[in-house]
Write a protein that binds this ligand. Structure first.
Ligand code: AMP
Length: 182
């Protein structure tokens, strides 16, 4: 497995756009659409993730709504495995399992289909999202994967916002890989 070189990490970082005060005052939103529409950047990222996970015996990639769907489904086809969406409450049509998590104000919930892992015993699942901030969403997603009787082999993020320390709690439940630590 080949680690990314500094110039490649800088290239990926520079392909992501900061939007100040979106969606509300005080938040710096990491806009990854400028990475996606840059074929060199998107290609570099997906080739890197494929190289990293191709020998990991992964059965499914699970992506968190909604930007985790983009990276997750692209990676799943490269790894030749199935893709599983983890969605906000009320969006999945079949029977679901839910997990709640805390937000700054109140709680939110994500769901997965009960048959998401197609009855494969202890399926090995790679969880993916674009960004980890407080880690609330990712922790809830790992819980869901466990409740669905699968095994989260790694949680992968394009961006980790280190100052929020979201990875700290997550590391108690799974290994974590962040391409860019900011
Ligand atoms: P958290 O549960 O706090 O780790 O938040 C992670 C989720 O919120 C991910 O699905 C991200 O896409 C989104 N998110 C949180 N903060 C940001 C940010 N600064 N820029 C872009 N997306 C964010």
């Amino acid at each position: 497995m080949k680690e990314l070189e500094k110039k490649e990490l800088d290239f990926l970082l520079n392909s992501i756009r900061d939007i100040k005060d979106f969606p509300k005052q005080g938040i710096v939103f990491k806009d990854i659409t400028t990475l996606l529409n840059n074929k060199e950047a998107f290609g570099l990222l997906m080739n890197h993730l494929h190289d990293r996970y191709k020998d990991s015996k992964i059965d499914f990639v699970a992506g968190i709504e909604s930007r985790g769907f983009i990276f997750g489904s692209a990676l799943a086809t490269k790894l030749n495995v199935g893709f599983v969406p983890i969605r906000k409450k009320g969006k999945l049509p079949f029977t679901t399992i839910g997990a709640k998590y805390s937000l700054e104000y109140g709680v939110d919930e994500i769901e997965i289909h009960t048959d998401a892992f197609r009855d494969i015993e202890h399926a090995n699942v790679l969880l993916i999202d674009d960004l980890i901030a407080t880690g609330g969403t990712a922790n809830a997603a790992v819980n869901l994967i466990k409740t669905a009787k699968a095994n989260c082999v790694d949680a992968c993020f394009l961006i980790e916002l280190r100052f929020l320390e979201g990875v700290k709690e997550l590391l108690k439940h799974t290994s974590v890989y962040s391409v860019l630590k900011i």
